[in-house]
Design a protein around this ligand. Structure first.
Ligand code: EPU
Length: 423
């Protein structure tokens, strides 16, 4: 077990390259189950959720070869079946993509329950409903979800009651090799949904409408291998933007798609930071003082829930009372306890899932922990902002989704090291 030790109070300066998007890379890795042949995936982030996914696929018979740091080849021609390691599946959320991908390829899937960051109930009823609409008969017990499509997977109309990234992608995965046409109504519009559709189309799928709320998938016989580069991670980019502002720094963030960053850029500008969008990079300059604001998380193109926790330390030093209303994961507030330990004045109104943040002059160092992935980066931002030495424990959560974080922050002038926990 390691911890991060940060000597904070140093404004971040310089430039940093964003890695590929975790939440696109993971479904694309599982989507290779549907392919007959070899896929070369470029820009694969080196994070623990990706290595766990490789282990799961290897256990099913996939051949995965790493070619350089961020390029891999996956050959799923000889997959032996649809049984995956329950323990590994339970280590991460995105393993639920096995359901759609296996149903699509084998007409059956037998998968343990997904795990992942704990911020309250994370249901998969939309996934199940969508896969049932395509002919899947679903049985669940305490350990496994089992789906069989005795008459084959057939295209159908699917309407989601709420917007779900995972369910939209899972139905897309199950539908690409189905007989007939599938439509997904009230689909998620996130850039990663579009990236998965683009990958599948490069392999020969016929998907239109990804990025809108109505996706149409015409089933094809077979998918072939391809070479595909995953899009940059808008959440990592947004996280660095917030870190630049929070430390009063000045950084250029390379390898971004500016369109994906509009909601976070608008919010940072509103409170007083400077944001300059270039073709494929963004420059953020921090201010000495920030204004209060209100944030409400929403599906794309609204303010992303995955950037909510990182905003909390920044708003903790803004003038006045800010609030963050969480509409996607109403229990995503476990980081509040850690930020309070550093002197932040935050109350959570559980009825409205809102954090009320009263600005203070500065935070103070403490021993804190990463309670989940984005919450972990929230305390890291707090540590970078704060003069003195902060220690962050349980950093495995941060490493699930952020690549080379110590090297990247050191490159921006942060004084940070990863050391083994001995106490
Ligand atoms: N929902 C249901 N039933 C379902 C599925 C979702 O009620 O069957 C609800 C959820 O409870 C939630 C909302 O729908 O209130 C949206 O959930 P969604 O399905 O979109 O979330 P997800 O696919 O499980 C992905 C990301 C999350 C990110 C959300 C929202 C992956 C692996 N995870 O989760 O990422 O917060 O979309 O954008 O792609 C993260 O990266 O830190 C992270 C948590």
């Amino acid at each position: 077990m390691d911890k991060l030790v940060i000597e904070g109070g140093v404004p971040l300066r310089g430039s940093v390259d964003v890695s590929a998007m975790k939440n696109a890379a993971l479904p694309i890795i599982y989507a290779t189950i549907l392919v007959s042949g070899k896929c070369r995936l470029e820009n694969i982030p080196n994070i623990s959720d990706v290595s766990t996914s490789f282990e799961i696929l290897r256990g099913m018979g996939a051949e995965i070869t790493r070619i350089g740091n961020s390029v891999i080849e996956i050959d799923t021609e000889n997959l032996v079946g649809s049984t995956s390691d329950r323990q590994l599946v339970g280590q991460m959320r995105a393993s639920y993509y096995l359901l759609g991908a296996e149903l699509g390829r084998f007409g059956t899937s037998h998968v343990g329950y997904p795990g992942g960051c704990d911020f309250g109930v994370r249901p998969i009823d939309y996934h199940i409903k969508g896969l049932e609409a395509l002919g899947g008969e679903v049985k669940t017990d305490e350990e496994y979800i089992t789906i069989n499509a005795p008459l084959g997977v057939r295209g159908n109309g699917v309407y989601f009651d709420g917007i779900s990234v995972g369910a939209t992608i899972n139905v897309m995965l199950a539908a690409v090799l189905a007989k007939g046409i599938t439509t997904i109504d009230n689909a998620a519009k996130e850039p990663h949904v579009v990236d998965v559709a683009n990958f599948l189309n490069t392999c020969g799928a016929r998907i239109t409408g990804a990025g809108t709320d109505m996706i149409k998938i015409r089933g094809v016989e077979k998918l072939h291998g391809c070479t595909y580069a995953i899009i940059p991670d808008m959440i990592e980019a947004g996280t660095f933007m917030i870190a630049a502002a929070a430390t009063g720094g000045h950084i250029k963030i390379n390898n971004v798609i500016p369109k994906h960053l509009e909601s976070i850029a608008a919010k940072l500008e509103e409170i007083g930071a400077e944001v300059e969008m270039l073709d494929d990079s963004v420059i953020v300059t921090g201010a000495e003082h920030y204004k209060r604001t209100s944030i409400k998380t929403l599906p794309y193109p609204g303010f992303p829930t995955d950037l909510h926790p990182q905003m909390a330390p920044l708003l903790s030093i803004a003038n006045g009372v800010s609030n963050i209303r969480e509409t996607i994961w109403p229990e995503r507030f476990r980081y509040v306890h850690e930020l309070r330990a550093m002197g932040a004045k935050i109350k959570v109104n559980e009825d409205s899932a809102t954090a009320i943040i009263e600005g203070v002059k500065s935070l103070h160092p403490a021993k804190v922990k990463a309670v989940d992935l984005r919450a972990g980066f929230a305390v890291l931002i707090a540590a970078l902002m704060t003069e003195g030495e902060t220690e962050i424990y349980d950093i495995k959560y941060i490493e699930r989704g952020y690549e080379d974080i110590v090297a990247k922050l050191t490159g921006l002038g942060a004084v940070i090291k990863k050391v083994p926990v001995t106490d």
